[in-house]
Ligand binder design. Structure first.
Ligand code: HEC
Ligand code: HEC
Length: 256
């Protein structure tokens, strides 16, 4: 019978694969990889014409966060596209974990995908809002990703209770987090810069640029004025969202 003959072949095949490929619990990672990645990277990550090996030292040396970032954002100017908008965060973690398995490991080291990404649709909708339409991520980070004009929001519910959280979102200026106050610098040509500041000596003041990436020093003698801003740098975007959006954003923040 055919099936009987097939068995040794199957066993031989299984034995020739790294054991972890067969046994690892990396969720849907293998399925996703086979569907979207093997075309360029090869069925076992050995590399094909259109993509490089994922089992060589350069790929092994990527830290988990870097691996996730390459898959999410792609590499501009190369055949490696950004998968962040077609795969969910969980799927990206699963496929990254599977790459570790192809490399002979057992998955992502520092990250427990179950605790990082939620499957709750409301939380996921809130996360999309946070990173998309509501643009919270331009100023706030979570899990090391995002802006630094406002505080990182990991574990936010350990700092703010429900009412505190609602107030932070709907009346940002009511109470301003220490270290995140803003100053207003008026330059001699009248241009006004509002930004988070950290240093304020007799001579100069340092203001974080609006994109959060740099700290810019303004010499007091060369600007028209420097004053404290009463208002938070944070816009009350929350108030303009509909009830369902507010719910999902809150659910997401509480999941952090
Ligand atoms: C159209 C071909 C193509 C597809 C499909 C593709 N990649 Fe790539 N990938 C590339 C190329 C080309 C590079 C090398 C980019 C460079 O030169 O830095 C790359 C690089 C990478 C790297 C970085 C490796 C290193 O050593 O720095 C990772 C990780 C990766 N791809 C994962 C994936 C995953 C996961 C998928 C499926 C979701 C995928 N790729 C789909 C072409 C592809
Ligand atoms: C232009 C930058 C900016 C944007 C955009 C922004 N924030 Fe903020 N956020 C801040 C700053 C600065 C603070 C700290 C000052 C304060 O308390 O108002 C802050 C404070 C917070 C706090 C309180 C944090 C704490 O530790 O007490 C929460 C929660 C928060 N923001 C959530 C959000 C959400 C959700 C969005 C998107 C709807 C958002 N922020 C958009 C700048 C921003």
């Amino acid at each position: 019978m055919k099936a009987v003959r097939l068995l040794p072949v199957l066993l031989a095949l299984t034995a020739s694969l790294p054991a972890a490929v067969v046994w690892a619990g990396v969720g849907e990672g293998q399925e996703l990889y086979d569907a979207y990645c093997q075309l360029c990277h090869g069925g076992l990550g050995e590399g094909l014409t259109m993509g490089k090996p994922l089992t060589d030292s350069s790929a092994r040396n990527l830290a988990d966060q870097e691996l996730i970032a390459v898959i999410t954002n792609g590499r501009s100017g190369t055949g490696m596209a950004a998968w962040g908008s077609s795969l969910s965060e969980t799927e990206i973690l699963d496929v990254a974990g599977y790459i570790r398995v192809l490399q002979g490991g057992t998955g992502l080291s520092g990250i427990d995908s179950a605790s990082v990404a939620s499957n709750d649709p409301e939380v996921l909708a809130g996360e999309q809002l946070f990173n998309g339409e509501a643009a919270c991520a331009t100023c706030h980070s979570y899990r090391e990703q995002g802006g630094s004009v406002g505080p990182a929001l990991d574990g936010i519910t350990s700092r703010l209770d429900n009412d505190g959280l609602l107030q932070a979102l709907s009346e940002p200026s009511a109470s301003i987090v220490d270290g995140y106050q803003a100053k207003i610098v008026v330059q001699q040509d009248g241009t006004e810069i509002r930004g988070r500041y950290r240093n304020d000596s007799d001579l100069a003041v340092q203001i974080q640029s609006a994109d959060g990436r740099r700290w810019v020093t303004y010499f007091k003698a060369r600007v028209a004025s420097v004053s404290d801003a009463e208002e938070s740098l944070m816009p009350a975007t929350f108030n303009g969202l509909d009830a369902a959006q507010q719910q999902s954003l809150l659910a997401f923040l509480k999941s952090l």
